[in-house]
Design a protein around this ligand. Sequence first.
Ligand SMILES: [Fe+2]
Length: 282
Amino acid sequence: MSDERSATRRRHVLGTIGGGLGLALLGSSGVSGAATDRVVDAAADDRRYRLPDLPYEYGALEPHIDERIMELHHGEHHQAYVDGANEALEEFDTRRATDDFAEIRAPKREFSFNYSGHVNHTIFWENLGPDGGGTPEGEFATAIDERFGSFETFQLEFSATADQVEGDGWAMLFYEPLADTLVIGQLEDQHELAHQAAVPILTLDVWEHAYYLQYENDREAYVEAWWNVVDWADVARRYDFVTDHLAGIEPAGERLDDHALEPEPDRQAHESAEKRKSDGPP
Ligand SMILES: [Fe+2]
């Protein structure tokens, strides 16, 4: 990584981890504030989630993924996750009004499942495109080679990971910021087997609703066809964004030490005032 990118990275690590992570999830255009409106009704006071438009027509991924699959998958299944997440938020609001948190576990789980489904699918749509396929380029391609040995080995591991998801779930390529590396993982359902702090940059839905109408029970054929519609430019943009913002996250203690060594002006003024107070009048 260049010194300039490293310096940029350093500036962002201390102050924008949460924001960077959120924006990274929103899509290839997610570095602009307007992207938030695609997945959240930001204008509304309660900021409820919304179904994003697809960046292509329902039939654009044929013959690899049928138009009818896309129509149902996006319009019915993804919409259901959006609705479920919003219902959970409403349930939380209702309970807060009366401080009634008995049996809160069920709605918390509902939120985790549906919110994760919303995020997973939002990335999935944008990872794909009618001009997809081929191989990645640039720094992302180099990172793939360094981590997995070759693009071909990466594909084999990713496909096997998808084929072997037990029941409904996902295969995902994560950027893992602690070690500044890439990791292939599984998710069961939408949210089990989470990889905390790691950011998904490539997601493959292997729920039956993603392929059964076209491939029946042949998940491996679906996974093989899916490679033909992966938009590597989108994945590479996500990789560049998260490495710029999140690479090299350090344990909190070290970050706090750094912060103490390089106090911001406001912090210095505050600390001086506090010290004067504790020392008493001059
Ligand atoms: Fe799905």
